[in-house]
Every structure is written in structure tokens, then in C-alpha cells.
Design a protein around this ligand. Structure first.
Ligand code: BGC
Length: 490
């Protein structure tokens, strides 16, 4: 691992040639979106409000440009155009999410909204007609407000709410959907929604309870996976996993302390979710540090709830592949133990320092610097910690303001793919697919329409929401068609 990092730094300094080997024929190229960010039609056809609808309607100052997602890209009405755009890019799969509030307006089982079902049935049919695999995220942050009113993910009943909702989706769509993701980015949900939060996906939730959210979310994921496994897998033959997000965390220097610090950071961000699911139980360092700091705060119990033996066994192995969202990297160095604070923070629980050097290329998003070479050590880290599972990159993309710098988006995608190809060849890491965030400019949560991640530009000034391909979409379409990043592959 150390050797790889040093070799990579050298490669970066000396300049990296783009890998000129073809991608395997069955490697999947796709794009991703999320219901809240593109659909609009926020109250149409029986849909109930999600927590995001409600929070933004109550206070639009939480969004950078004061906009809301009531119309977004209007994909609820323009989904055929979206599919045609993907077809033009020769996409193999489309990762989209389902709005819980369209399917179960009450939030929990019971009455299923047929119009919501029809919308996704039509979308899936359109994808199939165009030879594009549906890759469905069950929960991408838009929680029914009816459930948020009862504490959302902090309520133990969330495990049942989520698995009932998932069961409805498997039942209605499972004959046609072979790739499922239970949750998008649990770390963003629990840290942003219920903790101190770097990313704010769920707004206005109590600023405590991050680990309770982690605990309930993992149990909900496992229950949904087991339901699929027991009731649907035999006939539907699909795969179910969870999209975990992290950065590449690299030791700032090669000292033992910094290597331990980088490992700790990665285990707190990724391992806290991946270890229970891929290996069984939380990472030791995570359990020990939170327990020690909880004790120092005068608590009789750790703030991280413990799984019972049965729960550990129930959760272990609830995956069919490894789904990864990754955008950038951080360097990590060790620091002195942070003081005990009230309220406690996840940052102090981890107890390391992370930073991005000034000479890493910036983008419009503070946490995204352009460092494609860092994907290789991260993929190796996942392969070595979790027994080399098949990995699908379910998000990776470049943000710009006002759509400028598309050339940098093209550079970003090309170089990420190049390092991924090299990691597959030279390190034997199994990468099955790659998904660009995102198909089209959309409602970027609290950044509103200010940040543009799209391969297609969307004109938000008129209700037509006209879509226009950017050069990066032409490039990506060619890669998907030729399986090759350069003019001619070997
Ligand atoms: C999320 C997307 C978001 C993207 C860019 C990811 O963390 O899953 O919903 O739009 O990052 O910020």
C-alpha cells in the first residue's frame, strides 16, 4: 500500500499517461441522479411532502440561491428526454432513486399510490426499450415528512418503515430491476442530518444522535437485504447493496502515526458502515474510541450503541457487491487527543486532522479537489479490507459554477477512469462499473441551482428546462461505445 502511494505521487509529478487498454465488454458505464434533485412535480399525482420539501418551503434561506425543487429538472414529465440523452451517450445503466413519498404517501406500508408506481414503471419501460439497465436507489435523502415527524432515522421503528417500503418496491419493480441500492451515502445522512455534519442532507434535525442514526440505518439496510434474499432473489435474480461514500484518506507523511491516523479516519468514515455489513460489527478502533470518550464525558454507556451477537450475524454478509461514491481525497495527520466537549463531536471521536493541500486543483465545491490518482489507493484499501468484492462506483463527478470549466469535467472523468483501469489491471481490484454524477444539472441540495455537475446543461430560467449536451457528454458517450479512453486502444 505504502509503495503504491509513493509510486502514485511520483506518477502524478511526472505526469500520467491515459491508460490505453480497453475496458471489458461487460464493464458498465452509466450516469446517476436522485428523485428530489430532478423530478419536480413535488405535489402531483398523490405525492406527499418529503422533509426536504417542507424544510425548504418553510425557510428557503437554507438554499444558496433561495430556490426550491418544486420543478427541478421537471423529469417527472420529461423522463423520456432524459432517457434519450442517455441513449445518445450509449449508457449501459441509469442509477436513479425512487421518491418514497410517491409510493407510500403515508410513509409506512398500507396504501400504495398507483400513480407513483406507474411513473417509475414507465421510466423503467423506457429504459428497457433503449437497452439501459435500471439501477435503483431506494432512499436518496427525501424522507416522508410523516416519518420525520416521528424522529426519522432516530426512531427504532425506522427499520420496519424502511423494510416495508423496500418490500413494496421489490414486489412492484423487481421483475425488471436487477440492481438495487438501499441507501445513498449513509454517512451524509447521519452526519449531516443528525450529527455535527459536514454535508447537510437532511435539515433541521436534532444535532445529536449521529450514531443512533448509523445503528438504525445499518439494521434497516440489513433487513431489506434479507427480505430480498429470502422472498425475491430466487425469482428476480437481482443484486442489492448500499452506496457508501468516502474520500481517499492518505497519510500526510509515511510516519507510523500518520498511517494510523489515515486508517482511523477511513474506518470512522467508511468502516463504521462497511465493517458491520462486509465483516461483522463496527471496527474495533471506532468502538474503543467512542466508548473511551463517552466515559470521559461522564456517560455510563457509549454513544455508539452495540449490536447484539444475533444482530451482528444478521447484518454480516448483507451485500452482493460494493457500491462506492467518491469525489476527492484528504491527507491525514495525527494530533494530540482533542479535549472533551459538550456537545461531543464526531470529529473529536476520530481525533485526527484532515486537509487538502493548496496546490490540489480546486472546484466550485469546497471539499472536491481534482486528484484522480487517489482513487487507486482507495480501491486497494477496499479490496484488501473487504475481501476484494466486485465494486461499482455509483457516483463520481465534477462541479462547476454556471457550467463553465466543462473541459475540467472531461479531464476529471477521463483521469478517474484511467486510474480505475490501471487499478483493475495492475492490482487485480474488481471494478464492475462506473457512474458519473450526474446526467444533467439539477437541484444541488442546499446549493440550489448554483452548482452544476451535469453532462447535460439545463436552462433553469424557463419552464421548458431545455437540456443541452456538454462536450464532456460526447466524450463519455464515446468511451462507453468504444470502451476506450484514447483515440485507439491496444
Ligand atoms: C450525493 C448527490 C449530490 C452529489 C454532489 C453526493 O454526495 O449523493 O445527491 O448531488 O454528492 O454534491
Amino acid at each position: 500500500m505504502q509503495f503504491i502511494v509513493i509510486a502514485l505521487i511520483l506518477q502524478v509529478c511526472l505526469g500520467q499517461d491515459i491508460n490505453d487498454n480497453s475496458f471489458p465488454d461487460d464493464f458498465m458505464f452509466g450516469t446517476a441522479t436522485a428523485a428530489f434533485q430532478i423530478e419536480g412535480a413535488w405535489n402531483e399525482d398523490g405525492k406527499s411532502p418529503s422533509n426536504w420539501d417542507v424544510d425548504i418551503h418553510n425557510n428557503n434561506s437554507i438554499v444558496a440561491d433561495g430556490n426550491n425543487a418544486d420543478i427541478a429538472c421537471d423529469s417527472y414529465h420529461k423522463y423520456k428526454e432524459d432517457v434519450a440523452m442517455m441513449k445518445a451517450m450509449n449508457m449501459n445503466h441509469y442509477r436513479f432513486s425512487i421518491a418514497w413519498t410517491r409510493i407510500l404517501p403515508n410513509g409506512y406500508g398500507g396504501e400504495v399510490n398507483q400513480k407513483g408506481i406507474n411513473y417509475y414503471k414507465n421510466l423503467i419501460k423506457e429504459l428497457q426499450l433503449n437497452d439501459i439497465q435500471p439501477f435503483v436507489t431506494i432512499f436518496h435523502w427525501d424522507l416522508p415528512q410523516t416519518l420525520q415527524d416521528y424522529g426519522g432515522l432516530l426512531n427504532d421503528s425506522f427499520v420496519d418503515w424502511f423494510s416495508e417500503y423496500s418490500t413494496v418496491l421489490f414486489r412492484h419493480f423487481g421483475d425488471d430491476v436487477k440492481w438495487w441500492i438501499t441507501f445513498n451515502e449513509p454517512q451524509s445522512v447521519c452526519s449531516g442530518g443528525y450529527g455535527a455534519g459536514i454535508v447537510p442532507p437532511l435539515i433541521k434535525s436534532p444535532a445529536i444522535g449521529e450514531y443512533q442514526c448509523v445503528h438504525n440505518l445499518i439494521k434497516a439496510h440489513a433487513k431489506a437485504w434479507r427480505i430480498y434474499d429470502q422472498q425475491f432473489r430466487k425469482t428476480q435474480k437481482g443484486k442489492v447493496s448500499i452506496s457508501l461514500n468516502t474520500h481517499s484518506h492518505l497519510p500526510a507523511t509515511d510516519s507510523k502515526e500518520n498511517r494510523t491516523a489515515a486508517e482511523t479516519q477511513q474506518l470512522f468514515q467508511l468502516g463504521i458502515y462497511a465493517n458491520p455489513i462486509y465483516l461483522g460489527d463496527y471496527p474495533e478502533i471506532v468502538k474503543t474510541r467512542i466508548a473511551a470518550r463517552s466515559k470521559a464525558e461522564g456517560r455510563s454507556q457509549s454513544r455508539l450503541p452495540a449490536f447484539t451477537r444475533d444482530e451482528i450475524d444478521f447484518i454480516r454478509g448483507t451485500y452482493d457487491f460494493f457500491a462506492l461514491n467518491v469525489y476527492s481525497a484528504y491527507l491525514v495527520n495525527s494530533i494530540a487527543e482533542p479535549p472533551v466537549t459538550d456537545p461531543p463531536s464526531n470529529w473529536a471521536d476520530i481525533g485526527v486532522n484532515t486537509y487538502q493541500p493548496d496546490d490540489w486543483e480546486k472546484t466550485s465545491a469546497e471539499h472536491i479537489k481534482v486528484v484522480p490518482w487517489t482513487i487507486r489507493p482507495l480501491l486497494n484499501w477496499i479490496a484488501s479490507h473487504y475481501n476484494n468484492p466486485g465494486i461499482v462506483i455509483t457516483e463520481n463527478g465534477y462541479p462547476s459554477w454556471n457550467g463553465d470549466k466543462d473541459d475540467r469535467r472531461l479531464y476529471y472523468i477521463k483521469n478517474y477512469l484511467s486510474y480505475i483501469r490501471t487499478t483493475m489491471e495492475e492490482d487485480g481490484v474488481k471494478v464492475l462499473g462506473y457512474t458519473v454524477w450526474t446526467l444533467l444539472d439539477n437541484f444541488e441540495w442546499t446549493s440550489g441551482f448554483t452548482q452544476k455537475f451535469g453532462l447535460y446543461e439545463v436552462d433553469f430560467k424557463t419552464l421548458k428546462r431545455t437540456r443541452t449536451p456538454r462536450p464532456s457528454s460526447i466524450f463519455y458517450g464515446k468511451v462507453s461505445k468504444t470502451r476506450c479512453l484514447v483515440e485507439k486502444c491496444k
